[in-house]
Design a protein around this ligand. Sequence first.
Ligand code: NAG
Ligand code: NAG
Ligand code: NAG
Ligand code: NAG
Ligand code: NAG
Ligand code: NAG
Length: 575
Amino acid sequence: MICPIIVGITCIFAQVAAQWTCGGASYTPGSINFTQTCYDAVQKCINQFAVNASQVDCQDLEGNVSMQQQASKASNSDYASAFEDILEFCILGGRMTGTWFDGSDGQWYWIAAEKGCYSSSGTIGTHGPGFCIQDQADTIINGCYPQPEPNSGALQVLRTAKTPNGFTSSGRGWNSWGLQALPSSTSIIPEWTGLNQESVLAQCSVLAGTDFRAMGYDLCSVDSGWSTNDVDEYGRIQYNDELFNLPQLAEQLHGIGLKLGVYTIPGVPCGATNRTIKGTNIQIGDVLNGNNDGLDHCDWDFSKDGVEQWHDSLIELWTSWGLDMIKLDYVMPGSPQNGANLMCDTSAVVEAYHKAIANSGSQVRLDISWKLTFITWQVVQRAIDNYRQYISLQKQQNVPITIYPDLDGLFTCNPQNLTGVSDKERVTIMNHWLGAGANLILGCDLRHIDELGMKLLTSTQSVAFANFAALNPMQPRNPGTGNNLAQQLQAWIGGPDESDKAYVLLVNYGPDQGSGGFGTSLAGVQKLSISLSDLGIAGRNWKITDVWNGNSTTVSSSYIANLDEGESQLLYLEG
Ligand SMILES: *[C@@H]1O[C@H](CO)[C@@H](O)[C@H](O)[C@H]1NC(C)=O
Ligand SMILES: *[C@@H]1O[C@H](CO)[C@@H](O)[C@H](O)[C@H]1NC(C)=O
Ligand SMILES: *[C@@H]1O[C@H](CO)[C@@H](O)[C@H](O)[C@H]1NC(C)=O
Ligand SMILES: *[C@@H]1O[C@H](CO)[C@@H](O)[C@H](O)[C@H]1NC(C)=O
Ligand SMILES: *[C@@H]1O[C@H](CO)[C@@H](O)[C@H](O)[C@H]1NC(C)=O
Ligand SMILES: *[C@@H]1O[C@H](CO)[C@@H](O)[C@H](O)[C@H]1NC(C)=O
């Protein structure tokens, strides 16, 4: 996931009011009263759709609420968020009907509410969620995010400082999601018997090897599926004890020099509503704000006392198990593939976890993330363009960066038949993740890494570049202009640092597959010519070494690379 502007650890988003629409008309929160009875009837219908795969319509007993979907759940994966959207933008906006066409699976949804659902003393306040991202057609609403200014001129070197939780390099390790999402992983990977303690340990123990330790890959992070919705007496999230004994796993990992990470999403399991938050007399149900995002968890009302104490108590519990990292998912923006109503500004949940970690006194990594599907080149193009926007906005802030970006799982260990990307593309992915100073969280099968994978992940070249970029992340400087716009043929520079060392990455992203941001489709090998003034380092000679091939040359004005689609060249510069 990428956060557009970060101050401390908080993402700052442009707030855009009333931009979600019902059939083209803006929704203005707070202007109508909907009865609790009708609201409950809609929720009850949504639950019916959830449990009955063949249901296509639903009414309350008095016929005041009617709902319909075009086809049964089998072909409608996101009915819940579609109906929540209609409820939010149309029905709670004061309209008596609303229809939603879902661009992602071509289905429509409809709700109608009779007059009796609206009263002068209604009880459902309509709230402006500050939603800013996406509609169900998966389009990004313009004006929602700050866009970086195109920039050239003098090079402004970017530096990374210590994070608020005291880290000085990106998180490195492995996460289970890649294997969980890999079709038929249990049949093609013998040691992977699904998400459970033995499978995870079998993968992570590879990280204890010397090659991996030298690069600092020490995180073993367990993705979605480790927890249950059965909370404890204080409403805290528990591990699924049929799959895991997390305190024992933490001990086993610590014993071989590794660390344990777990995945979570914003909110609290809805079944926790009548639990009392530890150390308070506050009931969880009294500090919630419904369930608006379509996720499994109910949403917190972050303005209420008790919410931070719940997060504090959760971290107290989790650190008592020996936890070292949290991957907090569904933090927007970052992915146009949705299926949930995610708020634009999810800063509050990030702050709550951050404060809870600080309050705990433990050094726990907080990794904020959102959706990179199992890898395709289109998703790589999108992730890279998101990084371009993020780092260009960071540059406008002109203060040391105190966050390491999460570009999501790194699928570079295994060959194309597992990763879905070619060897050239794997090299380009690695170059980018390294150059961004990004978290290096491997999403692959560690038991069957090929030769290229080992080289990309653990070679001395990788270690050197990772350590350099952790302090001096790269930024775009385009061939011909030095600006930072998205381009198919792009150049990036990290540094130069105090000792006049720099890294330059030259890339041909190939034709834009839809979200690369550059929109061109140059096919085949392309000539990329970059000058030292494009890079902002003109005025002297540089010794330039191709990092992966090892050959060097001295450059006084410009350098040319011929790059195939998806290919890149990583250069080390000495001034
Ligand atoms: C599921 O929905 C179908 C179609 O509306 C209906 O005939 C059936 O009775 C429902 N099943 C249950 C268990 O409610
Ligand atoms: C349904 O609507 C009728 C009038 O249209 C109203 O009298 C009645 O209270 C409504 N029932 C509910 C449960 O909202
Ligand atoms: C909503 O209810 C309040 C009183 O609770 C009333 O003042 C207001 O006029 C109502 N609004 C509408 C649109 O009925
Ligand atoms: C909530 O409290 C009621 C009454 O004390 C109890 O019957 C119910 O099981 C509780 N629900 C949950 C989810 O704990
Ligand atoms: C993938 O290809 C490699 C050879 O490059 C082969 O050894 C391996 O069995 C293949 N894996 C699958 C799942 O097809
Ligand atoms: C490395 O060698 C290739 C092939 O001869 C050449 O095209 C390229 O410019 C060289 N790169 C450097 C940095 O010397």
